[in-house]
Design a protein around this ligand. Structure first.
Ligand code: HEC
Length: 193
């Protein structure tokens, strides 16, 4: 570069400019790469909101309306709501057990991501996520913990009585499309890319 710079005043000036500008440009490029993916960030925010709304509603309904074992539990009602949201293509939510003793055998982790995430939630993690590509659409998957909120939960789930306070006894498992339509079912391993 020193040799080129001796050629003339003009080349010296451009050379100087390059020497100053290149590192600035390069560091801007690096910053752009480090910048979080806006699409994923927006979906994380969406899941945080859904999680607060769904759990808040389940707890409020249980507190005010579910007074004995014969009442329809909020969990059952919300599974209907989750089905409706999925049918509309918004997202898919599953209510899962984390104790190994579910009320309904359908409510269990059924793939590697959910099984591993449940272990992490029981160990105290508040959020476990992964990005999954389904038929060309990226999806955000998140599991969040459900602790025993109050004594009323134990009225129907007597196995919760032995769980240490604050430990997850269940989870909500979210699947939210990021940049295309919701693909609820995972392709069989044999045809997955
Ligand atoms: C009136 C009885 C009743 C009460 C009260 C109740 N549940 Fe449930 N819960 C159920 C039933 C029944 C299911 C199965 C629902 C289904 O799959 O349709 C269930 C399912 C669940 C599941 C999914 C795993 C499983 O066991 O199938 C979790 C987690 C859960 N309940 C947590 C709670 C929490 C936390 C509370 C307190 C806020 C609570 N429940 C209060 C009856 C109850």
């Amino acid at each position: 570069m020193f040799v080129t710079c001796r050629i003339g005043r003009q080349s010296f000036a451009s050379c100087l400019l390059l020497t100053i500008c290149f590192p600035v440009w390069a560091s801007a490029q690096q910053k752009a790469e480090e910048k979080p993916d806006a699409g994923i960030e927006a979906k994380r925010r969406e899941v945080r909101m859904l999680d607060d709304l769904y759990k808040g509603a389940i707890v409020t309904i249980t507190e005010h309306y579910v007074n004995d074992k014969d009442t329809i539990p909020a969990g059952t009602a919300f599974k209907k709501l989750f089905e409706a949201a999925e049918a509309k293509g918004w997202h898919k939510v599953r209510l899962l057990d984390a104790t190994g003793n579910p009320y309904d055998s359908e409510n269990v982790a059924n793939d590697e991501f959910e099984k591993d995430a449940i272990k992490q939630l029981v160990a105290g993690k508040p959020w476990v996520e992964s990005i999954e590509n389904r038929k060309g659409t990226r999806h955000l998957r998140v599991l969040t913990p459900i602790p025993v909120v109050f004594e009323k939960c134990v009225m129907c789930h007597d196995n919760y009585a032995d769980v240490p306070k604050g430990q997850a006894i269940g989870a909500l498992s979210y699947l939210v499309p990021i940049d295309g339509p919701l693909v609820s079912e995972k392709a069989p391993a044999s045809i997955r890319e």
